[in-house]
Design a protein. Structure first.
Length: 354
């Protein structure tokens, strides 16, 4: 849980800076400034809560599971933070890369809870009521749900053209709308812990709202046209846009994609901002023209630029790339030399489109 601890410590440091500014203001204003005194007390309370969170999340995940298991065995209610960990609401264990034994224990502990107990646990974790927690597809479509446990499969939906269908605000697992071909005036959940399957969707209306977070893959393999689309701020898995032919001023990418980014069919890109970080491969294999294009700063896999015959339009190249860079054999000699100097032993010449 190093990431969450780091984030909390950064918040604590920022809070300490704000408190110091208030103390300085109090010295200037005099001891009579009750408003400033109150602000300092509020900062102190927040700082104490943050320190408590750091201490909690610094513990090994196995230690949390031990404590949760003992509480469940003795019928003792868990704390809000313990329930959030047990049900992976914040995905801290997953982001940390917990081992298979911890994962199996976590699943085992959740399976021991009855449906009513699960609803009570999650309602406590989210500060809501049990009637806003859904376990079935029928309940999930009632229109008032805060959280849905497990996956939500809606593959029987072919078209959605109104806002009468309201999905839960958050889905623990994956959301499958794999047969949806038409959509208008529809809002997806704010957060989906797993993947989203919109495999057959060919066009997206401007009123279509994406989640803020997707923990797994976002599958838009058949999307060929879209009005301005803001993709999720976070995509933990891969993003498939394999039939889209243009992204110019249409798509706002997340800063980071944990997996691969597939843009096979994009032929030209102009002033587009790609993610700063792609954890896997970045495929721009069909790209033939680039104008003021900024590539990601980090790529965890390979970069495919198989069809590009000149690199002049790429203004920023990756600072770090783990894999290779596939480029066209027809590149001018000076551009080949520049790439080979910048990325020793990583340049591969290939006309094959991937």
């Amino acid at each position: 849980m190093a990431d969450i601890c780091k984030e909390l410590r950064e918040q604590l440091k920022e809070l300490d800076g704000l408190r110091e500014s208030c103390v300085s203001a109090l010295v200037r204003e005099g001891a009579e400034s009750e408003t400033t005194k109150k602000t300092i007390r509020e900062f102190d309370t927040l700082a104490e809560e943050l320190r408590d969170d750091v201490a909690f999340y610094s513990q090994p995940f196995s230690a949390h599971l031990d404590r949760i298991e003992r509480k469940i065995a003795h019928g003792v209610p868990c704390t809000k933070r313990e329930y959030r960990l047990l049900y992976d609401i914040d995905q801290y264990p997953r982001a940390r890369g917990y081992d298979i034994r911890e994962q199996q224990r976590q699943i085992y502990l959740k399976e021991r809870r009855s449906d009513t107990q699960k609803k009570q646990d999650i309602a406590c974790a989210l500060d809501t009521t049990i009637d806003r927690i859904s376990l079935t597809k029928l309940d999930a479509l009632l229109g008032k749900m805060r959280y849905h446990c497990g996956d939500l499969k809606l593959d029987d939906f072919i078209s959605i053209d109104d806002d009468k269908i309201v999905l839960p605000e958050e889905i623990e697992g994956s959301l499958s709308l794999g047969n949806l071909i038409s959509v208008k005036g529809f809002t997806l959940p704010k957060k989906v812990g797993g993947s989203i399957d919109l495999n057959l969707l060919e066009s997206i209306d401007i009123e279509f709202t994406m989640p803020e977070e997707v923990g797994g893959d976002l599958n838009l393999r058949h999307l060929v046209s879209t009005k301005k689309l803001a993709l999720p701020k976070t995509i933990g898995g891969s993003l498939y846009l394999t039939k889209l032919t243009s992204v110019d001023n249409l798509i706002t990418f997340p800063e980071k994609i944990g997996g691969h980014l597939y843009l096979y069919k994009i032929a030209s890109v102009k002033r587009s901002i790609l993610p700063k970080e792609v954890g896997g491969n970045l495929s721009l294999a069909g790209l033939t023209s680039a104008d003021e294009v900024t590539l990601p700063e980090e790529i965890g896999g390979d970069l495919y630029l198989n069809s590009l015959t000149s690199t002049q339009g790429i203004t920023n190249w990756p600072v770090k790339i783990i894999g290779t860079i596939q480029v066209n054999q027809a590149l001018p000699g000076n551009e080949k030399a520049a790439l080979e100097k910048r990325y020793p032993n990583k340049i591969r010449y290939d006309d094959t489109r991937l």
